[in-house]
Design a protein around this ligand. Sequence first.
Ligand SMILES: [Zn+2]
Length: 69
Amino acid sequence: MAELTMRATRPGSRARRPKSHAPGRVCQDGSCSTLVSRYNQSEFCFHHRPVKYPRLRGVFSEDYQQQSA
Ligand SMILES: [Zn+2]
């Protein structure tokens, strides 16, 4: 019976969790309920996390400001 012989603990199982944040976190933006991955070090979801603005000669383009508004 293969099932009986496969009972051994496998590496990578729940017994050894990678270091991560607690699961089930929600974006810290008050109006957002997007779940944040526990592997995501940000408190915010993809859309609300603080953005590192690219430098465009020190001036934000209008397009970029609209994206991040
Ligand atoms: Zn969000």
